[in-house]
Design a protein around this ligand. Structure first.
Ligand code: COS
Length: 380
C-alpha cells in the first residue's frame, strides 16, 4: 500500500495547478457574478487536453487514468468549482457512457471529438419528476423505422447551454420500469431541442445548467447505446464514476477555501497580533486540514479501484458522501475565520461556501449515497 502519488501524477498535478492558478483563478469571481462560463477558457482547457484525461490515446484522449483526472478536478475546483463541474460532467458522465458502452463506430464518431478537444458533452437524465428516483423517467423514445422520435423535458442538465453532444435517457418501453429506459447519443443541433437560459442558482453559478425540451427529436437508431432497456444501467454506471469526480471537486473546494483562510489569518491582526497566533485558529485549521486529507484519501481510493477495474460503486458513494460534507463544513468554518470579510464578496470564501452546497445534492444526494452504501452492505 502506497499513499504517495507516482512521479507521473505529481508532474500532472503541478501542470493542472499552474493552469488553475494562472488561467482559471483570475476569472472565477467575474464568471460567478455574471453567471456565465468563459468559452475562451473552455477552448484553452480543451487545447491542454483537460477534456479527455482518462481516455485512450487511440481516440485522441490523454491516455492517463482516473487518478490523474481527480487531481485535475481538485486543482480546478480549488479555484473555481464551476470549472470542476464543467470538466466533470463532460468527462465522467457524457464521455464515459460512450467509452464504456459504445461500439467502435460510436467511439470513433462521437467519443473522439469529445476527448480530443473539439466538442463538449452533457448528460440528460434528470427530469422535473425524476431526480433521486431516476427510474421515474417520462421522456419517451418511439422507434420509427431507422430512427427514434424523442419527446420530453429534462432539467438541471449541466453544460447544456453550450454542449455539442447530449446523452439522453428516454423510455422505449413504458411498462418495463428500469428495463424500459434506453440511452441515446444526440447531436445538440438536432431540430426539436430547445435549451433554456441558465437556471438561476445559489452556487456553481458560472456553470451552464439549463432545462432541455425535446420535441419530436429524430435520432438515428445507430446512435442508441447498447440494446433497448440498457439505459438505466448505463446511467447508474456513469454516475458511479461521476461521484468520484464530485468527491474530488469537494476536496478541491475545501482545500481552496482553507488555503485562502490560512493566508488571511497570517495577515489579519486583532488584539495586537495576527489571528493565526491564537491557538483557537491553529486548532481549527488543524481540524479542517485533517478532514480534507481523509476525504482526499477516500477519493484516491475510489479512483484507484476504478482504474484497477474493481467494484467501486460503494467506494465512490462513500467518498462523495464524506467529501461533500467536508466541503460544506470546511467552507463554513473558513467564512467564520474571515469574520465579516468572509461574508463580503470581496473574498472568495463566500462563493466557495455557496458552491459547496451542491456537492451534497448532484450526481446523487447524500441520502442516495447512503442507499448505495447500505445496499452494497446487504443489511437486512
Ligand atoms: N451500476 C450498474 N447498474 C446498476 C447500478 C450501478 N451502480 N445500480 C443499479 N443498476 C441497475 C441494475 O441492473 C439493477 O437491476 P438488478 O435488479 O439487476 O440489480 C437496476 O439498475 C435497478 O436498480 P435499483 O433497483 O437499485 O434501482 P432504483 O430505482 O431503486 O434506484 C438509486 C437506485 C436510488 C440508487 C438510483 O435511482 C440513483 O442512483 N438515484 C440517484 C440518481 C442521481 O444520481 N441523479 C443525479 C443525476 S446527475 S444531475
Amino acid at each position: 500500500m502506497d499513499f504517495k502519488l507516482p512521479k507521473t501524477h505529481i508532474l500532472l498535478q503541478d501542470l493542472y495547478r499552474k493552469f488553475a492558478q494562472t488561467e482559471v483563478k483570475p476569472l472565477a469571481r467575474e464568471m460567478d457574478e455574471t453567471e456565465t462560463y468563459s468559452m475562451e477558457l473552455i477552448k484553452k482547457m480543451q487545447k491542454c487536453g483537460f477534456f479527455g484525461i482518462p481516455y485512450s490515446k487511440k481516440y485522441g484522449g490523454g491516455g492517463a487514468d482516473v487518478l490523474a483526472y481527480v487531481l485535475c478536478m481538485e486543482e480546478m475546483s480549488k479555484v473555481d468549482a464551476s470549472t470542476g463541474i464543467t470538466i466533470s460532467v463532460h468527462t465522467s458522465l457524457c464521455c464515459s457512457c460512450i467509452n464504456e458502452y459504445g461500439t467502435e463506430e460510436q467511439k470513433q464518431k462521437f467519443l473522439r471529438p469529445l476527448v480530443d478537444g473539439h466538442k463538449v458533452g452533457c448528460f440528460s437524465l434528470t427530469e422535473p419528476n425524476a431526480g433521486s428516483d431516476a427510474s421515474g423517467q417520462q421522456t419517451t423514445a418511439v422507434r420509427d423505422g431507422d430512427h427514434y422520435v424523442i419527446n420530453g423535458s429534462k432539467v438541471f442538465t449541466t453544460n447544456s447551454g453550450f454542449a455539442d453532444t447530449f446523452i439522453v435517457f428516454a423510455l422505449t418501453d413504458k411498462a418495463a420500469g428500469t428495463e424500459g429506459i434506453s440511452a441515446f447519443i444526440v447531436d445538440a443541433k438536432t431540430p426539436g431541442i430547445t435549451v433554456s437560459a441558465n437556471i438561476p442558482r445559489m452556487g456553481i453559478r458560472a456553470a451552464s445548467n439549463c432545462e432541455v425540451a425535446l420535441q419530436n427529436v429524430c435520432v438515428p437508431a445507430e446512435n442508441r447505446l447498447r440494446k433497448e432497456g440498457e439505459g438505466f444501467e448505463i446511467a447508474m454506471n456513469a454516475l458511479d464514476g461521476g461521484r468520484i469526480g464530485i468527491g474530488a471537486q469537494s476536496v478541491g473546494i475545501a482545500q481552496g477555501a482553507l488555503d485562502e483562510a490560512i493566508a488571511y489569518v497570517k495577515e489579519r491582526k486583532q488584539f495586537g497580533r495576527p489571528i493565526a497566533a491564537f491557538q483557537n485558529t491553529k486548532f481549527k485549521i488543524a481540524e479542517l486540514q485533517t478532514k480534507i486529507d481523509a476525504a482526499r484519501l477516500m477519493v484516491w481510493r475510489a479512483a484507484l479501484a476504478k482504474d484497477a477495474h474493481e467494484d467501486y460503486s460503494a467506494l465512490a458513494a462513500m467518498c462523495k458522501l464524506f467529501a461533500s460534507e467536508v466541503a460544506n463544513d470546511v467552507t463554513r468554518a473558513c467564512v467564520q475565520l474571515f469574520g465579516g470579510y468572509g461574508f463580503s464578496r470581496e473574498y472568495p470564501v463566500e462563493r466557495m461556501m455557496r458552491d459547496a452546497k451542491i456537492t451534497e445534492i448532484y450526481e446523487g444526494t447524500s441520502e442516495v449515497m447512503k442507499m448505495v452504501i447500505s445496499g452494497s452492505m446487504k443489511i437486512r
